[in-house]
Design a protein around this ligand. Structure first.
Ligand code: AMP
Length: 544
């Protein structure tokens, strides 16, 4: 017998309309690429999203068409999110940090009909234009006064296009499983693969972002997503903010410490979200300029493991609670969040910070398990580590255009490519990417653990551990370090520091100092490049 509840579809358009009605004066504040701070409300955002949808319809945009965006976090980008997905088309956020060949590849692969471009990215697209024959037009996200000269043809000014339509557009109703947005993973090997989110997956994911055991987003918060809207939809925050009515502050192109700090203070930001590298810059600025937060209470950090030293600095020096989170593009992205349980209330600050090093508990909706090489399920004892598999309603069942074939097994389990432990309370801890783990004499060394400790050593700005071939042990760890400016920390000092927390056999065989480390388009250390560069490196522990 089926229940007698209404089968109303879960649609993205309803988020912005809900916010307009219930949080009509809720603020959306943006640092524009043109310069000034722009502020308006959810009500304005809904009106303009409808207007833009109508203008796009006049332009001939149809359901399931892909429309690209090359844009920072800003109010116009929010409008594009809502209008494109709301009308049943697909918002394809393009990561401008990808290599030009990859950008060409994904625009062509997605078959983007139009591309919305922030002024900053005009030179980039001008360089690529000859390789993008099927794009019908470009919409520059500015007003007439700021329209630049360009060699692109079929160019529209965003505000002029908007002005061609009024706001009486009626959002269509359609199947909630309809695709809503597309985001390509910045895979380190092969071509990027498209993850195709749906209206349904986006709404369900937004609910979770708003739960207290998720990111706890509510109307009481002012959130600043530093994570870009071109990286897994800024972790779903632009949608969840509308669902909760939270004030949202969008930093535009300026993500340097000074600009972020200024926005956080001026706008009363209470919660922020981003990758560790961003916080390194912010904390560096605050230390140098002796700044303190007056409203910031929590910061969600994910995308890469949060170094212990960062958790400690936030807690001890700035009284900001670090909430470690884990996920991936294929998971919309939230999988686990490290919120504490009631029983941890009595923990000392040190114990709480230790727990925050874990990536956290799965949110309702994400099933998780760890398996060994033969696919046998491993216990949740906090010790056994294995390949991490996940499944759930906002986890990919395949890539766009079936690229890469089937990615889930018969029971829908998706292999994340991460290696992890899970403790009896359900807290998951990533020990490595399966490709990055160092296999030394049959034992596994977690590169994340060693990096985490290394970054805690005074004078170390950034660290990466990679496996280097070793005739006796198969692989041994090599530590690559970027020194903090004006410091001369030595190999011995770093090894001494590590000795306190890392087993002797896990200590790096050598430490090399480099000026910088290569990063992927989403800010992760590009280990594949480092491994290639150091594949012939002879460790001092190799005796000939
Ligand atoms: P992406 O799809 O670019 O978001 O990358 C997803 C991958 O980033 C995951 O599979 C992990 O390897 C890594 N990742 C994300 N969050 C964390 C975290 N908190 N700690 C360690 N690795 C993470």
């Amino acid at each position: 017998m089926l229940g007698l509840m209404q089968d109303r579809p879960l649609l993205i358009s309803s988020l912005v309309e809900f916010a307009a009605l219930n949080h009509g004066d809720g603020e959306i504040v943006s640092r524009t690429v043109e310069g000034p701070i722009h502020r308006y409300t959810y009500k304005d955002c809904a009106v303009r999203s409808r207007q833009l949808a109508k203008a796009l319809e006049k332009l001939g945009v149809e359901k399931s068409d892909r429309l690209g965006t090359l844009a920072w976090n800003g109010y116009r980008h929010m409008e594009v999110y809502y209008s494109v997905s709301g009308m049943g088309a697909i918002c394809h956020t393009i990561n401008p940090r990808l290599f030009p060949e990859q950008i060409i590849y994904i625009i062509n692969h997605a078959e983007d009909r139009y591309i919305f471009i922030d002024l900053t990215f005009l030179p980039l697209i001008e360089k690529l234009i000859d390789h993008l024959p099927q794009v019908e037009g470009f919409i520059i996200m500015t007003d007439e006064a700021n329209m630049p000269e360009t060699k692109l043809s079929n160019v529209y000014c965003y505000e002029n296009l908007m002005a061609t339509a009024d706001d009486d557009y009626q959002w269509p109703a359609f199947d909630e499983r309809t695709a809503s947005s597309l985001c390509y993973t910045s895979g380190t090997t092969g071509n990027p693969k498209g993850v195709l989110f749906s209206n349904r997956s986006t709404i369900l994911h937004s609910y979770v972002v708003c739960t207290m055991d998720g990111l706890g987003l509510s109307t009481m918060e002012t959130i600043l997503p530093v994570v870009p809207m071109f990286h897994v939809n800024a972790w779903g925050i632009p949608y969840a903010a509308a669902m909760s009515g939270a004030k949202i502050v969008l930093p535009g192109a300026r993500m340097d410490g000074e600009a972020l700090y200024e926005l956080m203070e001026n706008e009363g930001v209470t919660l922020s979200a981003g990758v560790p590298t961003i916080w390194m810059m912010l904390l560096g600025y605050m230390k140098e300029n002796n700044k303190k937060f007056s409203t910031m209470k929590r910061t969600v950090i994910g995308g890469s493991a949060v170094p212990k030293a960062m958790i400690e600095t936030f807690h001890r020096e700035y009284n900001v609670n670090v909430v470690h989170a884990w996920g991936m593009t294929e998971m919309s992205p939230i999988g686990t969040v490290c919120n504490l349980k009631k029983k941890h209330e009595s923990f000392s600050l040190d114990q709480k910070m230790e727990l925050s090093l874990k990536q956290g508990r799965s949110v309702f909706g994400v099933d998780m398990k760890i398996v060994d090489g033969a696919g046998k399920e491993l216990p949740w004892d906090g010790k056994a580590f294995g390949n991490l598999l996940v499944r759930g309603p906002w986890i990919a069942s395949g890539y766009f255009k079936a690229e890469g074939g089937s990615v889930v097994d018969d029971d829908d389990w998706f292999d994340t490519g991460d290696v992890a432990t899970i403790d009896p309370d359900g807290y998951m801890q990533i020990t490595d990417r399966s490709k990055d783990v160092i296999k030394s004499g049959g034992e596994w060394i977690s590169s994340i653990d060693v990096e985490n400790e290394a970054v805690g050593c005074a004078g170390v700005a950034e660290a990466a551990v990679i496996a280097v071939p070793h005739p006796k042990w198969d692989e041994r760890p090599l530590l690559l370090v970027v020194r903090e400016q004006d410091t001369d920390v030595t190999k011995d000092e770093i090894i001494d520091h590590l000795r306190g927390s890392i087993a002797k056999w896990q200590l790096p065989d050598d430490v090399l100092f480099v000026d910088e480390l290569p990063h992927t388009a989403t800010g992760k250390i590009l280990k594949i490049k480092l491994r290639a560069e150091y594949k012939d490196y002879i460790l001092p522990t190799v005796t000939s």
